[in-house]
Design a protein around this ligand. Sequence first.
Ligand code: DX5
Length: 213
Amino acid sequence: MPSPIIIAPSILSADMAHLQEEVESIEDSADWLQLDVMDGKFVPNTAFPFSLAQTIKTKLPLDIHLMVRDPATYAREFLTLRPMNVTFHAEAVKDTDSRRALIEAIHRGGALAGIAINPPTPLSAVDDVLGGVDVLLVMSVNPGFGGQSFIGSVLPKVTEARKRFPKLMIQMDGGVDDKTAPLCIKAGADNLVAGSYIFRSKDRTHAIASLRG
Ligand code: DX5
């Protein structure tokens, strides 16, 4: 029996001037709330510094997506928000010992630990820790901005990961909408991040429901 699909709206595309209302507009239909944290170094954009993240009031479990060069430092700070999950990028932490130490630190902080791979990064690049993480995030855009087009060539990585790790939570992020979500689910993803598709929709509840397959 496939696990239920988790929908994690990314508020990167929300109206920052009315952030609390934007969060409340999806609270009753979403499962997680994803914060895209960007440092302007790992990606050419900055977003959701801790000072802003800590103002968000929500009953939704927080999913912290660290698109930063130094995820260990950011994780320490964001773990104080008691998030459900903290994901770092394999491209930012290249050696196995550092990856394992960060995964342990996230677990000690009471959260699930996720590792993300960008479209050009092969699944084999995270073979060293895939057995030890709770979430694999397969990016379907190059990180940094919302509203980009879905890169379908990443789907085989999802299919392979699902075959090797039937119980692993596999998340996809980037260009996910009602057309691409079925492709992600068919490939084996069970957690979908969507930003612009949801926040540009007039009926956000319907938009979120349309992603569940
Ligand atoms: C990229 C971000 C986006 C965002 C979702 O750095 O991670 O993928 O969460 O953006 P959409 O759904 O608008 O592609």
